[in-house]
Design a protein around this ligand. Structure first.
Ligand SMILES: O=C(O)CCC(=O)C(=O)O
Length: 283
């Protein structure tokens, strides 16, 4: 249960850090499961899709079918820097994956019950959701020396509803530090930085951004959020946040899922679409 103070802090800052939300043993178990999933990856027939947020070049953002149809699957996306000029992996596959997504909360025997349970459902209700739906989940690895940065963004750009409702549940499976690419936030930005940009399916194939793609923020306002394994961070869909690359020797495994309000309008051009067989999961 969230306390009144925690709810007030979340409302004020647009994020809430909850240390010791789960035990170190649980963090270890989840990390182990993440490692098993990495080992399970077969490169045969894999399109070698690289995860690109586009950085400053938004046109480069990922958008092939392997990505677009990943909402109800367990799929693997490579780091941008993991290949040489000949298209060969420059490191073992386990150390080359940026993320796994986006249906772990539906399919994985460990991450599904960790995500869909009464505790987190109560939390969503406390945050004001009446019909919370989980629409995606991810393991983000930030492997040593190669873990890519996540540029400044607001989650509602990618998980847009009318009215806005996206909220992230972000779980640290390892200690997240300045060196291995912890999260950074602009506290209160969910109140004064409007969401003016949307990541959508391009009618001609692939994905694109519509709206004003220039997220103008004062970089000096970012605060660093180093957290220990076992921490849950709640992330408001409009708060501006980012994470740095990981050039250290220590990985930074996290698991995250995002919810939206099931009663809100979910546009048909959002990049992530539920299907008749796989509607979004009730939390
Ligand atoms: O884990 C990260 O580095 C970024 C995660 C993030 O931006 C998100 O979950 O919205």
């Amino acid at each position: 249960m969230l306390t009144e103070t925690q709810l007030k802090d979340f409302d004020r800052d647009g994020f809430l850090v909850i240390p010791n939300f789960f035990s170190l043993e649980e963090a270890k178990r989840l990390k182990q499961r993440a490692e098993e999933l990495l080992e399970d990856l077969s490169l045969e027939g894999h399109p070698m899709t690289q995860f690109s947020t586009g950085g400053e070049d938004k046109k480069k953002h990922i958008g092939d079918d392997y990505f677009l149809e990943s909402g109800d699957k367990i799929r693997y996306f490579f780091e941008e820097g993991a290949f040489n000029d000949k298209g060969e992996l420059t490191r073992p596959k386990e150390k080359a994956i940026n993320k796994i997504g986006h249906g772990l909360h539906m399919l994985d025997p460990v991450f599904a019950p960790f995500s869909i349970n009464p505790t987190l459902s109560t939390m969503a209700k406390q945050l004001g959701f009446s019909s919370p739906k989980v629409l995606q989940s991810m393991l983000i690895f930030k492997q040593p020396y190669i873990g890519g940065k996540v540029p400044s963004h607001q989650d509602s750009t990618f998980l847009y509803t009318e009215p806005l409702s996206a909220t992230g549940f972000w779980f640290a499976l390892e200690d997240c530090t300045n060196e291995n690419g912890c999260l950074w936030f602009i506290p209160g930005s969910h109140k004064d930085v409007p969401v003016t940009n949307r990541f959508v399916r391009n009618p001609n194939g692939g994905t694109t951004f519509i709206g004003d793609s220039d997220l103008k923020v004062d970089e000096s306002k970012f605060v660093r959020m180093e957290v220990k394994a076992g921490t849950l961070v709640l992330i408001h869909g409009s708060v501006v946040h980012k994470s740095a690359p990981n050039y250290s020797k220590q990985s930074r495994f996290i698991y995250t899922f995002h919810i939206i309000e099931g009663n809100a309008h979910y546009p048909k051009d959002n990049w992530l679409q539920p299907t008749a067989e796989s509607p979004f999961t009730s939390l």
